[in-house]
Design a protein around this ligand. Structure first.
Ligand code: IMP
Ligand code: MG
Length: 183
């Protein structure tokens, strides 16, 4: 199926409503985030980026290529959504990062914060592994969750719509779109 066909809404009857952030907007913002992160940390911090799979895979890949300090990458797999559009709230950790976090600057890279349940479940588990610091970089934030989830870095405040593209999926579709659209 071509990208044009997807834009015309021929994918399983689901229609993209509108482009919320264009590929250009995303590129520019990701570059800014990378620059800010490069300034905030030094080589001695032994920065470790932990990407939450699968949604963060494109964001993380773009982010690290613009960061100018040494870093390592690991992943974490959590699942809460199934095929629906609403969080089940039952967050399961399917893979824990194998890297040692102790004494390191850890930066969790998340695609989007919706209810915040995923991060609220994951962050204490990472904190327990004694990182020197633990911060979050989220590309999108719907700002629905209470203020206790206020990541140090946020790409964009997102509308309260179901978003796809640039790593975000609906039932595994649309991840590859270079822009972010609402479904
Ligand atoms: P939370 O636990 O409700 O904050 O949801 C976090 C996870 O749900 C994100 O990492 C996404 O994978 C997924 N998610 C939340 N909102 C959306 C959306 O609008 N589109 C696609 N995935 C979403
Ligand atoms: Mg996710």
């Amino acid at each position: 199926m071509t990208r044009t066909a997807i834009e015309e809404g021929q994918l399983g009857g689901r229609r993209l409503q509108r482009v919320v952030f264009t590929a250009d907007q995303v590129r520019t913002r990701v570059r800014e985030l990378s620059r800010d992160i490069s300034i905030a940390y030094g080589a001695e911090d032994r920065l470790l980026l932990i990407g939450l799979l699968k949604g963060s895979f494109i964001f993380l890949a773009d982010l690290v290529r613009e960061i100018t300090i040494p870093l390592h990458v690991d992943f974490l797999v959590a699942s809460s959504y199934g095929a629906g559009k609403a969080t089940s709230g039952d967050v399961r950790l399917l893979y824990d990062p194998a890297s040692s976090l102790e004494g390191r600057a850890v930066l969790v890279v998340e695609d989007i914060i919706d209810s915040g349940k995923t991060l609220r479940k994951i962050l204490p588990r990472l904190e327990a592994r004694a990182p020197a610091s633990l911060e979050v970089c989220a590309l999108l934030h719907k700002r629905l969750s209470p203020a206790d989830l206020d990541p140090r870095w946020v790409g964009f405040d997102a509308p309260n719509e179901f978003l796809v593209g640039y790593g975000l999926d609906h039932a595994e579709d649309f991840r590859h779109l270079p822009y972010i659209a609402s479904l």
